[in-house]
Design a protein around this ligand. Sequence first.
Ligand code: ADP
Ligand code: ZN
Length: 222
Amino acid sequence: MNIIMMGAQGTGKGTVAGIISEQTGWPQISTGDIFRKNIEEGTKLGIEANNYISKGELVPDTITVPMVANRLNEGDTEEGFILDGFPRTIEQAKKLDEILEQKNKKIDMVINLTTPREETIERILTRRVCSNQECKATYNLVMHPPKVEGICDKCGAPLVQRKDDSSREAINKRLEIYDSQTSPLVEYYSNKGIVRTEEVSTRINRLGLDVATDIIKGIKGE
Ligand code: ADP
Ligand code: ZN
């Protein structure tokens, strides 16, 4: 099954995508993670992308679209994939349609996560990520702290805060872009009848794990 994960920053999009990926074996393709790995390794793509990412701006399509197209050429996407962080604009959605059409594929499901804005800002500010690029585990100092402060439970590497998570300016910019450019995608895909919207919020005591569990049940037809 080919899935797009949607949701503003701090909704738990990456967490839900990760759980579904683990349970189904379909790879989680996170454009943000691919960029960060390239930045870490100092590749040409990483150096270019970092100019935009550090400011909270979108990386231009001339860089992002071919990167995703290449990733979708890899064999592990044959049975299915979970796109996490792409597409982010109607333009990117149209380009994705073209890429998939050439492969005789299509998107089967769009999972749209919603969370009250105050909650998402709080979550972004308290988010910590594993510095080991092969691990990339995500923690939250309030909701899901590591067992030992500052250390990843899974691999023992130090936890860090993403640069774009520590700058209020970058956070606001990203949320602004989400509202103006990314959220219209919900309507784009609703017209195709494939959107599943789920609220993730402590307010209703429903977190990413609950949502992921329900979605996996649905996929497995239980
Ligand atoms: P967040 O959703 O918290 O912004 P991501 O890890 O998804 O974090 O992305 C980090 C940054 O990478 C984004 O702010 C943006 O600069 C860049 N990026 C990721 N995906 C895309 C995309 N589809 N198009 C353009 N830029 C992207
Ligand atoms: Zn780790």
